[in-house]
Write a protein that binds this ligand. Structure first.
Ligand code: CAA
Length: 240
């Protein structure tokens, strides 16, 4: 029977490529999204992958959303915590709202999504959790105190859940994308973006599909001995 995969932030950017790649690999896929109805509809029309709307920052909404997905597709075997936002500002200008929004989505969002799915994975003695962190959680980034802290937190959470899930057949890993050609990176001022590309040894932004292939591997049976790992895919920009 096909395994069920749930991808948060799964209808745009890196998440959309992850959803599509998992479908191609034979999974029954559900894509969660928070805000952009138009993009989600276009994504579902194009791919045939159902999109479900809720905010990963809202614990109760996550529990309800997971229940809906499981009623429609079956128990979630693979959870990809991809949803993430930026609210960039130098620290001296960063507001509490900017701080909280990013921590609530990028870090607490992984707690909110994994918590309702984890007991079922433990009972069934199988699970794959893949958390999309970031190069900037590894190295820090000017203008991203909130984002870098959230993404570094994701790595600590990943390593802890890997230890706790091991005895129940659950692997938990992180992928750290570098700068990938998505709306999020295109929103960075052009001059800043050009400077960043200059720091990437392969001399280009990454493609969303290059991250999706990492996720498909970590979700597969071939990756059963890999847990608590951080897979960096960043064109050599930061070696960790
Ligand atoms: N290093 C050192 N100094 C920097 C700097 C950097 N990376 N970036 C900006 N500065 C300097 C500016 O040159 C400026 O100096 P002066 O005052 O001497 O001119 C000073 O900091 C303040 O800059 P701004 O006036 O431009 O500040 P701002 O309030 O407009 O905000 C910023 C600046 C929002 C941080 C902007 O520089 C920016 O967007 N930077 C990009 C941040 C970034 O990389 N975000 C990643 C988004 S993609 C993503 O997050 C995905 C992922 O996982 C990789």
């Amino acid at each position: 029977m096909a395994r069920v995969a749930l991808v948060t932030g799964g209808s745009r950017g890196i998440g959309a490529e992850i959803s599509k790649a998992l479908k191609t690999a034979g999974y029954k896929v559900a894509a969660n999204y928070a805000g952009n109805d138009e993009a989600a509809k276009a994504f579902s029309d194009e791919t045939g992958i159902p999109a479900y709307k809720w905010s990963v920052a809202d614990y109760d909404a996550c529990a309800e959303g997971v229940a809906r997905v499981e009623a429609d597709l079956g128990p979630v075997d693979v959870l990809v915590n991809n949803a993430g936002i930026t609210r960039d500002a130098p620290f001296h200008k960063m507001t509490r709202e900017q701080w909280n929004a990013v921590i609530d989505t990028n870090l607490t969002g992984i707690f909110n999504m994994t918590h309702p799915i984890w007991p079922g994975m433990r009972e069934r003695k199988f699970g794959r959790v893949v958390n999309i962190s970031s190069i900037n959680g590894q190295k820090g980034q000017f203008g991203q105190a909130n984002y870098a802290a959230s993404k570094a937190g994701d790595l600590g959470l990943t390593k802890t859940l890997a230890q706790e899930g091991a005895r129940a057949g659950i692997t938990v890993n992180a992928v750290c994308p570098g700068y990938i050609a998505t709306d999020m990176v295109m929103a960075v001022p052009e001059k800043v973006r050009e400077a960043i590309i200059g720091q990437i040894p392969v001399g280009r932004l990454g493609e969303p599909a290059e991250i999706a292939r990492c996720v498909v591997f970590l979700a597969s049976d071939d990756a059963g001995f890999i847990t608590g790992a951080t897979l960096s895919a960043n064109g050599g920009q930061y070696l960790a």
